[in-house]
Design a binder for this molecule. Structure first.
Ligand code: GLU
Length: 476
């Protein structure tokens, strides 16, 4: 259909699904609902070193959990068809060839060595970006290089002067001098496109009418506009949403807040509360109204009423809101939630092997296995910090453990175990001075089932939350 509103959510599957993705997806979803349009989910996995299948799966699950269903895109558990960028390599090459033919892009044969040296020279001259050394290569030089099989990237030929202007629907016209824009790489030497190329080609081919994305992409937009122009394509409308922020107003980060949707689901936040909270980060239906549902938002939302000030992601507020939604549940819903989400059969099957031999009668189960179900845990500072270790060193060890657990590709007890052991070896502490504080932070107890297995079952996000919680409560 001509004129159909088509929006997209385009996450990169490089970690746990982020609250920021849900926030952007929510506004896209509301907008497409208002116009009876379509929302496309596109997996932007062109950075092959950072993209993970497990992360992709969690994105699907989290968006479904929130009810932010997409109209086109991967089937849950099935193939992702034309909506996964890593499966569209030929398309990007085809389009980059068009730019090479029309002279709007060029091959750059510079080696890594040359680029490093060039960067230093540019820096000394107070400049940044590529020095455009390959921009004026003759046809003969290019074919010689190609004959010799010299690897190359393809760069965008950014106009040397003039200004690029685009209209942001929330901010008005934004202009940037072309002289400040780098000759962006479009195609890498391994044949993979960069974000800029794949994003623009796909938005065009997928007939996206409105790009609703985070503010952090504003600086990329002029490059995208130049790309559209180079292809001779019409640009979509641009809407850049304000960034979610930590309490100190910095961009929301996992060092300061849990940012994973997996964590919020696991911690027992309700999807309605999460959506209401995320909506309130940019908008409300008027006056002091804070509690409102999706239907009301779809009826009343307008981008012109959006608040552009950096919204602070305040977990206390989210908890307050969650309580409101929880109180709205009837008893049957409440019981079902506990049964399906807290004591789900799947989860209990994982807990059982670790607890079966540790209880003599069932009345002990809840008190001995509490850490499998709780969020923040109750224990004393004295229990956390061993006599031979000082708080600063323990804090450093915990922070580095947090990073490593975050990067752990496959969350299994074997892999967790090997991280713990290699960290212990690096620290050179007595095993008990290391394992005990980790155990206390993760379980709140001196006696728990085997640590790594327990961590596997508790889950990455809750484990990371508790270690961070130990740091903020007792080690900072
Ligand atoms: N893949 C980008 C991201 O991870 C998409 C940005 C955009 O929406 O253009 O956020």
């Amino acid at each position: 259909m001509e004129n159909e509103v088509r929006v997209r959510v385009a996450p990169s599957p490089t970690g746990d699904p982020h609250v920021g993705t849900a926030y952007i997806a929510l506004f896209n979803y509301v907008f497409k609902k208002q116009y009876n349009g379509k929302m496309i989910l596109r997996i932007e996995d062109t950075d092959q070193t950072r993209s993970k299948a497990s992360s992709e799966e969690l994105i699907y699950q989290s968006l479904r959990w929130l009810g932010l269903n997409w109209d086109e895109g991967p089937d849950i558990g099935g193939s992702s068809g034309p909506y996964r960028q890593s499966e569209r390599k030929e398309i990007y090459v085809e389009y980059v060839n068009k730019l090479l033919e029309s002279g709007r892009a060029y091959r750059c044969f510079c080696t890594q060595e040359r680029l490093t040296k060039m960067r230093e020279e540019q820096k000394a001259k107070g400049r940044s970006g590529y020095d455009r050394c390959c921009r004026e290569l003759t046809a003969e030089q290019i074919s010689q290089n190609l004959d010799r099989g010299i690897p190359y990237v393809v760069r965008l030929k950014v106009p040397l002067d003039g200004v690029t202007t685009f209209h942001d629907e929330l901010r008005g016209d934004i202009s940037i001098d072309n002289s400040t824009i780098d000759d962006q790489v479009l195609l890498k030497s391994d044949g993979f496109p960069t974000y800029h190329l794949a994003n623009v080609v796909d938005d065009h081919l997928m007939k996206i009418t409105h790009v609703i994305r985070a503010e952090e992409w504003i600086s990329s937009t002029p490059k995208h506009v130049i790309l559209y122009d180079s292809f001779g394509w019409k640009t979509p409308k641009w809407i850049h949403m304000p960034l979610l922020r930590n309490q100190d107003k910095s961009k929301i980060s996992k060092r300061k807040n849990p940012v994973s949707l997996v964590y919020y689901k696991r911690a027992g936040y309700l999807p309605e509360a999460m959506l209401n909270f995320l909506a309130l980060m940019g908008w409300n239906p008027g006056g002091d109204i804070e509690i409102f549902g999706m239907d009301e938002m779809i009826r009343k939302f307008n981008f012109s009423d959006l608040n552009l000030g950096g919204p602070v992601f305040d977990i206390k507020k989210l908890a307050w809101m969650n309580q409101h939604y929880l109180q709205q549940m009837n008893e049957i819903e409440f019981v079902n939630y506990i049964r399906e989400d807290i004591f789900s059969e799947d989860y209990l099957k994982k807990v059982a092997p670790l607890m079966k031999d540790r209880v003599s009668k069932f009345e002990d189960f809840i008190s001995k296995a509490d850490f499998f179900f709780n969020g923040s845990l109750n224990y004393e500072k004295e229990a956390l910090i061993p006599k031979n270790v000082n708080a600063t060193d323990l804090k450093k060890a915990f922070l580095s453990l947090l990073e490593q657990l975050d990067e752990l590709y496959v969350w299994t007890s074997e892999n967790i175990e090997s991280i713990l052991h290699s960290q212990l070896e690096r620290l050179g502490w007595k095993p008990k001075d290391y394992f005990m504080p980790v155990r206390i932070a993760v379980t709140g107890r001196k006696d728990s089932p085997p640590l790594a297995q327990t961590m596997e079952v508790v889950g990455r996000e809750m484990v990371r939350f508790r270690i961070r919680d130990a740091v903020t409560r007792f080690l900072s």
